[in-house]
Design a protein around this ligand. Structure first.
Ligand SMILES: N[C@@H](CCC(=O)N[C@@H](CS)C(=O)NCC(=O)O)C(=O)O
Length: 211
């Protein structure tokens, strides 16, 4: 339909971040949940993003944008009144980017050997070792974040921001890889605050995610 964004996503994956933001901003969008097992869906995804990765945001005029970081920053910059991210040029912006970059790189990729061990071409019987190493790395990066996380409010202060939203998506994965959330009480509180937001609830329901 004209005038709508379309988000290509995989259920519960990192594309949930872009999905939640579309809900937060109340933008009209169609959610295209792909099934990675279906050849047709894989072909569709590669036709939109040669990397074969979600999220892909298709604008109403057909423009395609990939990478959560780019999608989150672009959409929030078009809704400045919501103040979801500090103004460029300020130290607050640099600090916010520091969190976003940590999440997009170190945090996200720490999970990859667990979810996609095949990418590392493991020898026979090596998959479990790869997964164990991934869990170690996940615990390490979350410990660093826990140390730096605020005791109260949100990541950047008194207000909810993109950092809270993006962090929520990865915090959710802890239980998927079998890490006890209780080890990170400050992060758990921050993630819970995002979970309780109406926009998050709507996005989780549309992806059929209960927890
Ligand atoms: N740097 C990209 C990473 C995107 C990415 O890794 N997407 C994963 C889901 S979290 C994916 O599409 N995987 C496809 C697959 O594993 O088949 C971003 O942040 O948008």
């Amino acid at each position: 339909m004209r005038g709508m964004y379309r988000l290509y996503a995989l259920r519960g994956s990192c594309s949930l971040a872009s999905h939640i933001l579309l809900e937060e901003l109340g933008l009209p969008f169609e959610l295209k949940l792909l099934d990675p097992e279906k050849e047709e869906d894989r072909e569709l995804l590669f036709s939109k993003n040669p990397m074969g990765l979600v999220p892909v945001l298709e604008f109403p005029d057909g423009t395609l944008l990939t990478q959560n970081l780019a999608i989150l920053l672009h959409l929030s910059s078009r809704a400045k009144e919501r103040k979801l991210f500090p103004e460029p040029g300020t130290i607050e912006h640099a600090r916010a980017m520091e969190w976003m970059a940590l999440l997009a790189t170190n945090v996200h990729t720490a999970f990859t050997p667990f979810f996609r061990p095949g990418r590392y071409h493991p020898e026979e019987g090596e998959v479990q070792r790869l997964r164990d190493k991934a869990v170690e790395q996940v615990e390490r990066v979350f410990s660093v974040m826990e140390e730096r996380a605020p005791e109260s409010g949100f990541f950047l202060g008194e207000d909810f921001s993109l950092v809270d939203l993006y962090h929520f998506v990865f915090f959710r994965w802890l239980r998927v890889v079998g890490v006890d959330e209780a080890h990170f009480p400050k992060l758990r509180r921050l993630a819970q605050a995002v979970r309780e937001r109406e926009a998050t609830q709507r996005a989780l329901a549309r992806e059929n995610i209960r927890r």
